[in-house]
Design a protein around this ligand. Sequence first.
Ligand code: DQA
Length: 143
Amino acid sequence: MKLLIINGPNLNMLGIREKNIYGTGTYADLVEFISSVCEKEGIECEFYQSNHEGDIVDRIQEAYERVDGIVINPAAYTHTSVAIPDAIKAVSIPTVEVHLSDINSREEFRKHSFVSPVALATICGEGFEGYRKAILLLKDHKN
Ligand code: DQA
């Protein structure tokens, strides 16, 4: 089984940005965490981080017929992008949406996700652990 892990804008700044909300772990720590989860589960994973909406759309399209699942934290694009959920629908790859913070208990504008309707599940407010849950969910979904 192969998964694509996509992280959107400013997630490369983890460990620096708003530590009170996103914690002290860096993006490199997140990659290490996810790699160890995948290794334990016998899952192959690819990582992609971008601050650009179109590049994320391109990467989702490239995954067509190449991966069994996508874990995506669309970050700020969660609340603004129509192109990202359209790309997920276009490739028909099972996708789980993850947010480190609890988007439902923050500002009003974070409560709406354009990605949730096309995702198998949305996991938020569990920090790095949310990515583990998303991976296990996709593994279960495949079996
Ligand atoms: C985020 C939540 C978004 O609202 C925010 O724009 C982010 C990160 C999260 O992981 O909690 O950049 O997706």
